[in-house]
Design a protein around this ligand. Structure first.
Ligand code: GTP
Ligand code: SPV
Ligand code: MN
Length: 595
């Protein structure tokens, strides 16, 4: 039974039905009863498996196809009328061609299957900034995951009313044929078509497809910003909370930073970190002239490997109920395990492919991009105001990536324009979150390279324009937790100790900390970063100390000049879409490095 009389929604569903030819259509109402029935059905077919109810109540296990475990950037397209509007960093296809190609793939793809219609909201229902999508899918895993990651059901249609302002999302697993796998975005039509995948980032269309690729396009037209950013609050001993948003590329530490627990010394003084979001921020101008951020999601689709009681106890706690685990190790007692959880790989377990796993084999048990899908409300440090419809005011914006050598632990931009440049020159080593080689340095502006729904040159201009419009500009910083020593060990302890850097950032925002000016921006003096109580061995013979701190605060001009050469080459691809202000900042940087 259709749950709405909205003609646009009904027409969309009818069109997709006519194309995919499902045996039946089910509208997702958002109630537990329906979701429970779907869970039971998916357990019967083996699509998911119920985990140990005593230890992991309401949790399920899922495996994706072995060749379908990450986003496929080379098969992801922006389909707008003019190629130039997609820009040099996106794959482009003409809309008519894309609809035709995918239409042929979708033809009859759901015959013998049920088509689910998921009305979902990005943002709290009732928030003036929330946006609606309808996702059609033939996967119960997608329905259950969307019910965790977004707000789904009848209330969403109530909020939409008769409006045509919704994203039309069409997904089918089809045959999971990787040669016919496409993730197609039509920003000018508010539409997303995804076929032949069952992996989260390709199929949970509310996330990267809508909340970043389509929303970034909408934000440019409507004067707001959709960013690949976590949002956190830092409460000081006086009970005042300041908010920051941080953009790091995939698998570079957003979830971890969002949920961090400050070192003991800070905790004793009364410092606390509150989580508002771990992956996506929608940012608008507030009435006070500042920038305000909301998290449009309702759950976390987090990286499992490396999550443990020390690195991120809050994430671990978040996943103890109502969670779906994908591609992790399945233990005999129907609990889960992954590399980096503890030092006791389980015996008699099944690996992420479903085969008996021998920990001594040298193969990992969990896929490096294995993930958990967990409700945000489960998180012990979720901010009490995380669903506030107007969001939270940002004091600082932080960029960061994985750089073995070039970028120092932290530096601050001179002003907004220079800060936009700092975001635009971001680079990071690739990770398992996307298909392809891992560990290769690539330029990834604002951590948005795979997620910007239009020409990145226009995107930088939009950042500059937003800075002009606001009167209270957040301060802009860059961090790098990933500097390596000669032998490849992380020099900085990271995780909870990253709070020491957040502390400097907040003190800079308050005008309460000093800094040294360098060619790239303001770097802390070693004595400005509190390293008391750090207990970390960089390598067997070397403890982290003041010397190590000096090392990772250093700015090596020759390395930076190499980076300038790579930036020039990257920027050249944008032609006259490169804002002159950004070109000017690059010339300035080169000049400062050359003296
Ligand atoms: P996406 O969900 O893909 O967007 O990733 P993310 O940015 O949320 O990354 P996440 O926090 O899940 O971290 C990814 C990996 O980086 C995990 O294996 C972490 O253990 C590791 N990591 C996170 N923070 C740090 C840190 O401060 N230092 C080091 N060395 N590793 C870290
Ligand atoms: C990322 O890759 O940045 C993720 C996971 O957050 S996915 O939803 O697959 O994009
Ligand atoms: Mn992400």
């Amino acid at each position: 039974m259709a749950m709405t009389s909205n003609k646009m929604v009904l027409n969309f569903v009818e069109d997709m039905k006519a194309m995919a030819c499902p045996d039946s259509v089910i509208w997702i109402d958002g109630g537990e009863e329906q979701l429970d029935a779907l869970r039971a059905e998916a357990c019967t077919t083996g699509e998911i498996l119920r985990l140990n109810d005593a230890q992991l109540p309401g949790c399920y296990y899922h495996r994706s196809a072995v060749d379908d475990v990450a986003r496929v950037e080379d098969r992801t397209y922006i389909c707008c009328k003019h190629k130039e509007d997609a820009g040099p960093t996106n794959n482009w296809m003409a809309p008519a061609e894309a609809y035709k190609m995918a239409g042929d793939i979708f033809k009859g793809a759901m015959s013998g299957r049920t088509m689910y219609v998921i009305p979902f909201s990005m943002g709290a229902i009732g928030s003036p900034f929330a946006k609606v999508g309808i996702e059609i899918t033939d996967s119960i895993y997608v329905v259950l995951s969307m019910a965790i990651m977004t707000r789904v059901g009848a209330d969403v249609l109530g909020m939409l009313g008769d409006s045509n302002d919704f994203v039309r999302g069409m997904h089918s697993k089809c045959q999971l044929d990787k040669e016919k796998r496409y993730i197609l975005h039509f920003p000018e039509d508010n539409a997303i078509w995804s076929c032949n995948s069952g992996y989260g980032g390709n199929v949970l269309l509310g996330k990267k497809c809508f909340a970043l690729r389509i929303a970034s396009y909408q934000g440019r037209n409507e004067n707001w910003m959709a960013e690949h950013m976590l949002i956190l609050g830092i409460e000081n001993p006086k009970g005042e909370t300041k908010y920051v948003a941080a953009a790091f590329p995939s698998a570079c530490g957003k979830t971890n930073l969002a949920m961090l627990i400050p070192p003991e010394g800070y905790r004793k003084q009364g410092y606390k970190v509150w989580t508002l979001g771990d992956d996506i921020a929608w940012i608008r101008m507030g009435e006070d002239g500042g920038l305000w951020a909301v998290n449009p999601e309702a759950g976390f689709f987090g990286v499992a490997p490396g999550t443990n009681r020390n690195s991120n106890p809050n994430a671990l706690e978040t996943t103890t109920s109502g969670t779906i685990f994908t591609n992790v190790v399945l233990k005999k007692d129907k609990t889960v395990w992954w590399e980096g959880m503890d030092k006791n790989p389980p015996e008699g377990a099944l690996d992420w492919k479903g085969n008996p796993w021998d920990p001594a084999s040298g193969e990992t048990g969990a896929n490096p991009n294995s993930r958990f899908t967990a409700p945000a409300r489960n998180c012990p440090c979720i901010a009490p105001n995380w669903e506030d419809p107007v969001g939270v005011p940002l004091s600082a914006i932080i960029f960061g990536g994985r750089r073995a050598r070039t970028a120092p632990l932290v530096y601050q931009s001179r002003d907004w324009q220079h800060g936009v440049f700092v975001g635009a020159i971001m680079a990071s080593e690739t990770t398992a979150a996307a298909a392809g080689a891992v560990g290769v340095v690539r330029r990834d502006p604002m951590a948005m390279l795979p997620f910007c729904g239009y020409n990145m040159g226009d995107y930088w201009q939009h950042w500059l324009n937003m800075g002009e419009k606001i009167t209270k500009q957040p301060k802009i910083f860059n961090v790098n937790w990933f500097r390596l020593d000669e032998e490849g060990h992380f020099i900085w302890p990271g995780f909870g100790d990253n709070f020491r850097v957040l502390d400097w950032i907040i003190r800079r925002c308050d005008g309460a900390a000093d800094a040294k000016e360098t060619p790239i921006g303001f770097v802390p003096l070693p004595e400005d970063i509190d390293i008391s109580g750090i207990d970390y061995m960089i390598s067997p013979g070397r403890a982290f100390d003041g010397e190590a701190l000096k090392d990772i605060l250093s700015v090596d001009k020759s390395l930076w000049l190499e980076d300038v050469a790579s930036i020039k080459e990257f920027f050249a691809g944008f032609g006259d879409k490169l804002p002159p202000e950004i070109a000017g900042e690059l010339a300035e940087l080169e000049k400062k490095l050359s003296v």
